[in-house]
Design a protein around this ligand. Structure first.
Ligand SMILES: [Zn+2]
Length: 427
């Protein structure tokens, strides 16, 4: 290799940073999520991929390109801590069981990564600039999508990928006959025993995982406390986190006692598990929705009314557990767990519906905004890079019409402007 070829890339990088484009975003207000206040006359100065200044009436540098967003609110790019970008089930086929079988049996990891590119683009356009993608991605399809986005091949959110979720026998598949059970390993890593658990975590990191996802329980199939402790030990040794799908007394206690970083769903959870979560700073990711969201398509008015009665029983329990979690001091991170195609909404807009359910549980707009920004950033291990509008952070900035600190619906309607890493994605 010649000297010029060795030195040239460094020189080019230097000249790019010296001439990095300065862009100034102005809007009627911005949300300072760390202080929990709204700042009027907002100015965010962006140089290259970073924010260099943010606040009220900050001076505009000479030669900067000014984007005036008018009567809008600037926020940090949103963070969805629980996505499945490589999964898009069809509600007309039925529920999870038939959809999972069809997806895993007929779609290659490559095809699913391309599906993920579409879902990721829809998330980004709604204002979700970072996600923790928690499995159901085929065999490392999520890693392929993450790397393609980082390389600039496709446009999408920053992805923290988990690779295949660890689980007890059968993963989350419904009953499969013997020959079909080989499909399970396309979607899950079945573990049985602590050495198996240890091996699976190391394999996940070799496969490119940023974090580990564990399905603690599916019906009566439960990952044991010893297995969970081993998983957490293996991950924390290399400063990686563990996200645990857990529902009900047994599984949530196992996850909390093992010291995972987040418990996903926990639609039912006892108070002692919530107390452990608060003491250990374990996040709850409440994948909740408004009642209407759970209705299957094409119902008669009478079927609709009947279904809503059962749905309301379920959501009342979810609202109650989020209230109890908040009262216990459990940190909350927004996670949508959206993986169905909804005819009327993009993936991103569908995911943001969760925020309405959080409001129904008594969270204030500012608490909800924090769950979808600075809390998600900390949980993703990206607290020093994203999650707030301040100098030194990556320029992930969105604007919404109106003031979401007064009415969270302003955020649920999606972003009118999106910038990711200094690049304008939507205007
Ligand atoms: Zn999920």
């Amino acid at each position: 290799m010649s000297l010029v070829r060795a030195v040239l890339p460094a020189l080019l990088a230097l000249s790019t940073s010296l001439h990095a484009q300065t862009t100034v975003l102005r809007a009627a207000r911005m949300v300072d999520v760390k202080r929990g206040v709204v700042v009027p006359n907002a100015v965010v100065v962006v140089q290259g991929d970073r924010i260099t200044a943010a606040g009220a009436d900050v001076a505009v540098p000479a030669g900067a390109t000014v984007i005036d967003l008018g009567d809008a609110t600037l926020l940090p790019g949103l963070i969805d801590s629980h996505t499945h970008l490589l999964q898009n089930y069809d509600p007309k086929i039925g529920g999870d069981d038939p959809n999972m079988l069809l997806t895993v049996a007929t779609m290659s990891a490559a095809k699913r990564a391309l599906l993920g590119a579409k879902m990721g683009r829809e998330d980004l356009e709604a204002g979700i600039t970072t996600v923790r993608d928690l499995g159901n991605s085929g065999w490392n399809g999520d890693v392929a999508l993450r790397d393609a986005i980082n390389a600039g091949w496709v446009t999408g959110p920053r992805i923290r990928a988990s690779t295949r979720a660890l689980s007890a026998a059968g993963g989350q598949f419904g009953g499969l006959q013997v020959d079909a059970q080989r499909l399970v390993e396309q979607e899950y890593v079945v573990i049985s025993g602590v050495e198996d658990a240890r091996r699976a975590v190391r394999q996940a990191f070799y496969d490119g995982a940023d974090l580990i996802k564990v399905i603690v329980n599916t019906g009566p199939r439960v990952v044991s406390l010893d297995e969970m402790k081993t998983i957490v030990e293996e991950a924390s040794r290399v400063r990686r986190t563990v996200a645990a799908h857990a529902i009900g007394d047994v599984a949530t206690r196992i996850a909390a006692e093992a010291g995972v970083s987040s418990i996903e769903h926990a639609y039912t959870i006892p108070d002692d598990a919530l107390k452990m979560m608060a003491a250990k700073h374990i996040y709850l990711v409440p994948t909740d929705y408004p009642d209407e969201f759970y209705l299957p398509p094409d119902l008669s008015p009478q079927q609709r009314a009947e279904q809503l009665v059962g749905i309301a029983r379920f959501t009342k329990g979810s609202r109650d557990r989020l209230r109890r979690a908040m009262a216990a001091g459990v940190p909350i991170a927004f996670g949508s767990d959206e993986y169905y195609a909804i005819a009327s909404r993009s993936r991103g807009l569908s995911s943001l519906q969760s925020l309405l359910a959080y409001a129904e549980s008594g969270m204030t707009p500012m608490q909800i905004i924090r769950s979808a920004t600075m809390n998600g950033a900390e949980l993703a291990g990206l607290g020093d890079r994203v999650g707030s509008l301040e100098a030194g952070k990556l320029a992930d900035v969105i604007a919404v019409a109106g003031d979401p600190t007064k009415d969270i619906a302003a955020l649920v309607r999606g972003a009118s402007f999106v910038m990711k890493g200094g690049a304008v994605i939507k205007r």
